[in-house]
Design a protein around this ligand. Structure first.
Ligand code: NAD
Length: 395
């Protein structure tokens, strides 16, 4: 096995510690923060409420999906049904009872595992549900994460973690108080080609990284969807897809940005109302001097992360598809393709979280990681609105 393959195998399998150690100062500190400290998942359940407790090793953890929309339907439920090793689907939370019943039949979930948004808190009495996976519009993440924690469940929450830093703080605090783990569903932290970028940057394979370019975007369709409603989405393309470019800049550099400048534009004011960005370009400056030029768009396809270093560059393109991510490097004039096996991102992230819960390990994607992105995205919006560079040095 080559060094590179061994590295990726470690990361994809159990690599929380490797990932955390590969992050820079603040990333490493946060990965060790109290909210996800060893044993947190074994902490006391909220008094008199929770029926669940940390299961013994070997048991498959039960996941409940909150929100049975397109991501749950096309990616998460199929992964739970056929691809995860340590997880199974045991709960369904939906505002549409008929849909939930159909899903229950299809996936073998008992009627007692079906909830709606009102009676959701009764999930505390269901010992077959260990983890609640929140797959709702962004503005609903905080409420359902907090209610799940208060019901004694561990929480995997979709990105973006929430729509404000204040909400992130409340979610982290609720999970900490309940002694439950919180992870944010950043699937690319488990994807081998993206992990190879991290390894090459950290090991300075082509010298020190100097410039990062990261773009994430797609042309958005239906103008009536919640993604274009500020109240539900918390913003526009940046919150939904540009967050991947921000993540890439952070995990490739392994540092936290000290300042940000940004420009946004709207070419379709009918579709993109105030507060819902169509396209944003942002520049991040990191403590070592690395700069990242990032683009986010709901108007066009963007799908590449590239790191340029002293002796060449390395990149993923496509960078963030569910399947078909490809990486390559330009090493002293020679183009070399990466060669990694395809994985199911959702199965990998759910299995990793189950492993963290079952074995008292840190997640590499804790709530603190989601909070960092919210803080930076808030600064990006501020920089775009004011035309000024916004400092991120403190806070
Ligand atoms: P979707 O619109 O397909 O599904 C949303 C679900 O929420 C639906 O079941 C809908 O009925 C329910 N819902 C409850 N209240 C609602 C309301 N007031 N308005 C609209 N829907 C409501 O969305 P999706 O694509 O499944 O996205 C859900 C979450 O997953 C979002 O946070 C999104 O950012 C995230 N996501 C992540 C990825 C990824 O690759 N990790 C990909 C897609 C979406």
């Amino acid at each position: 096995m080559t060094e590179r393959r061994r590295f990726v195998k470690e990361l994809v399998g159990m690599g929380a510690a490797v990932w955390a150690a590969s992050m820079g100062g603040e990333g490493r500190a946060a990965a060790q923060a109290p909210a996800s400290a060893p044993g947190a998942s074994r902490g006391p359940a909220p008094s008199g409420k929770a029926a669940s407790s940390t299961p013994p090793p070997g048991k498959k953890l039960g996941y409940a999906l909150v929100g049975l929309g397109s991501l749950s339907q096309n990616q998460i439920a199929p992964a739970l049904a056929a691809k995860t090793k340590h997880c199974k689907l045991t709960g369904l939370v939906s505002g549409h009872p008929e849909k939930a019943r159909e899903w229950a039949k299809k996936y073998g979930v008992p009627e007692t595992g079906i909830y709606d948004y009102q009676n959701f808190d009764q999930i505390k009495n269901n010992p077959d549900i260990d983890v609640v996976y929140v797959v709702l519009p962004n503005s609903m993440h905080a409420e359902f994460t907090i209610r799940a924690a208060q019901a004694g469940k561990h929480v995997l929450c979709e990105k973006p973690m929430a729509i404000s830093v204040k909400e992130c703080d409340a979610m982290i605090s609720a999970c900490r108080q309940a002694g439950r783990k919180l992870a944010i569903a950043y699937r690319l932290h488990f994807e081998p080609n993206n992990l190879e970028l991290v390894r090459m940057a950290r090991e300075k394979t082509l010298g020190s990284v100097k410039v990062i370019e990261a773009g994430a975007g797609f042309p958005i369709g239906d103008p009536k969807q919640w993604r274009l409603d500020k109240a539900l989405a918390g913003g526009g393309s940046l919150m939904d897809i540009g967050i991947y470019a921000l993540q890439a800049a952070r995990y490739i550099s392994g540092e936290e940005p000290v300042s940000v400048s940004a420009v946004s534009t709207t070419t379709d004011p009918v579709k993109f109302k105030p507060g819902v960005d169509e396209s944003v370009l942002f520049t991040l400056k990191f403590p070592s001097g690395i700069i990242a030029s990032c683009a986010s768009s709901y108007a066009t396809g963007l799908n590449r992360f590239r790191a340029s270093a002293e002796r060449g560059w390395f990149e993923v393109q496509p960078a963030l598809n569910y399947v078909g991510i490809k990486g390559r490097k330009m090493d002293q004039g020679k183009l070399v393709d990466f060669d990694f096996p395809a994985i199911d991102h959702f199965a990998a992230e759910m299995d990793d979280f189950a492993d963290c819960i079952l074995n008292g390990k840190e997640t590499r994607v804790p709530g603190e990681e989601g909070r960092r992105d919210l803080r930076i995205m808030t600064a990006i919006y501020e920089a775009a609105a004011s035309g000024r560079t916004v400092s991120l040095a403190k806070g």
